[in-house]
Write a protein that binds this ligand. Structure first.
Ligand code: GTP
Ligand code: MG
Length: 328
C-alpha cells in the first residue's frame, strides 16, 4: 500500500552517519588547513546522513489526513494516529537539533587555532549528535513497528465498487465469492485476525467490482468483540458499498436461524449507513418460506438473479469517481 523504507535504530543510524563521515577528506595548503577542511567535511557529512535519513522517514509516512478513511482508521486503531504524529515530530526535532550542532561545530572549527582544538570540536560535535539521536531511539523503534504494521495492511482497490460478504461460519460465503468473482482471489491479512480476507473481482459493463470475503470478521455478533477489534471491523464500513449477509436456513452451518438473525441485527445496528442485502443460501437443501432472495452457491441456482439485484444496489451511482471521498 505505502512504500516506507527500513527504519534504522539510533545506533545504526549513528554508525551509518559516522562511517560515511570517516570517508570524508579534503586537501588544504598547509597541514592545519587540511585537518580543518577534513573535519568540517566529516561534521557536514555526518549531519547530512542523519538529516536526510530522518527526512526520508518523515516523508514516507502518510499524513493521516490525506489517507482514505479506511486506511486512516486502520492506522489509528493499530498504531495510534497521535502517537505516530508525535514520533514523526521527534524526527523533525532531531533533524533540527543535529543541524544546529553541525552549524556551530563548523563555525568553531573554522576559527580554531590548533589541530587539537579542531579535533576536539569535531569530537564534541559527534558526541552531541549521538546523544541527540539516541534521544529518539524509542520513537525510531515505534515508527519501525508502525512500518511493519502498515506493510501488512490489506491492499484493497479503493476505487472499485466493493461488496463485503458477511454471515455466520459455514453458511457458504467463500463458495458464493467463488461463484460470483472471476479468477483466483487475492488474499491479504487483516489487522486483529489470524485469518486472511480474500478479495475477488468481477466485471460488468466495464466496471470492476471487488468482492471481499471476511472469515472471522463479520461472522459473530459485534458485542462479543473488544473495542479495538470492533473499530478494525467497522473500518470495513468505509470500504463497503454494500454488505451481503448470507443466511443458511438449513442450519447445516451449525448455527440456528435465531443465532443468524441475531448476528444480522447486530451488523445492521453497527453498519447503519451501509446497505445490507440479505440472501438465503443452500436453497437446494431447504427453501424457506420468506420473501428474501434465495440461491444455492453450490448448484448456482438463483445466483445470476441475485447478481442483478446486487449490481442494482452497488452499481447505481458513480461515487467511485473520487476514491478518497469520505463518509460514504
Ligand atoms: N448444499 C449446499 N451446500 C453448500 C452451499 N453453499 C455452501 N455449502 C457448503 O457449506 C460448507 C461451507 O461453505 P463455505 O463456502 O466454506 O462457507 P463459509 O461461510 O465461507 O465458511 P467460513 O469461511 O468457515 O466462515 C461447504 O461444505 C459448502 O460446500 C449450498 O448452496 N448448498
Ligand atoms: Mg469461508
Amino acid at each position: 500500500m505505502l512504500k516506507i523504507p527500513t527504519i534504522l535504530a539510533a545506533d545504526e543510524l549513528l554508525d551509518k552517519a559516522f562511517k560515511k563521515a570517516s570517508k570524508a577528506g579534503s586537501q588544504g595548503l598547509t597541514r592545519i588547513e587540511t585537518v580543518r577542511e577534513t573535519n568540517i567535511s566529516k561534521v557536514r557529512s555526518a549531519n547530512d546522513v542523519i538529516v536526510s535519513t530522518l527526512g526520508k522517514y518523515v516523508k514516507a509516512f502518510p499524513s493521516i489526513e490525506r489517507l482514505s478513511p479506511f486506511y486512516a482508521e486502520l492506522i489509528d486503531v493499530t498504531i495510534g494516529k497521535d502517537k505516530l504524529k508525535k514520533s514523526l515530530g521527534a524526527m523533525d526535532w532531531c533533524r533540527g537539533s543535529v543541524a544546529r550542532v553541525s552549524r556551530e561545530a563548523i563555525r568553531t572549527i573554522a576559527n580554531a587555532r590548533s589541530i587539537d582544538a579542531i579535533d576536539g570540536s569535531r569530537r564534541a560535535a559527534y558526541g552531541r549528535m549521538s546523544s541527540i539521536v539516541k534521544q529518539i531511539d524509542k520513537e525510531l523503534k515505534f515508527i519501525s513497528n508502525a512500518r511493519n504494521t502498515i506493510r501488512k495492511f490489506p491492499t484493497v482497490d479503493l476505487s472499485a465498487p466493493t461488496i463485503v460478504i458477511a454471515g455466520a461460519p459455514n453458511v457458504g460465503k467463500s463458495l458464493l465469492v467463488g461463484q460470483i468473482s472471476t479468477g483466483k482471489p487475492r488474499v491479504a491479512v487483516y489487522p486483529f485476525t489470524t485469518q486472511e480476507i480474500s478479495l475477488g473481482i468481477f466485471e460488468r459493463e466495464y466496471v470492476r467490482y471487488q468482492v471481499i470475503d471476511t472469515p472471522g470478521l463479520l461472522d459473530r455478533p459485534l458485542e462479543e468483540r473488544n473495542a479495538m477489534e470492533m473499530r478494525a471491523v467497522l473500518a470495513l464500513k468505509h470500504l463497503a458499498d454494500a454488505i451481503v449477509f448470507i443466511v443458511d436456513p438449513s442450519e447445516t452451518c451449525g448455527y440456528t436461524r435465531a443465532e443468524q438473525e441475531h448476528l444480522l441485527s447486530s451488523l445492521k445496528g453497527e453498519f447503519s449507513s451501509t446497505p445490507i442485502i440479505v440472501v438465503e443460501n443452500k436453497v437446494d437443501l431447504l427453501r424457506a418460506d420468506s420473501d428474501r432472495s434465495k440461491l444455492s452457491a453450490l448448484s448456482g441456482e438463483g445466483v445470476s438473479e441475485f447478481m442483478e439485484l446486487l449490481i442494482g444496489v452497488v452499481g447505481g451511482d458513480r461515487k467511485h469517481q473520487n476514491a478518497y471521498s469520505a463518509n460514504r
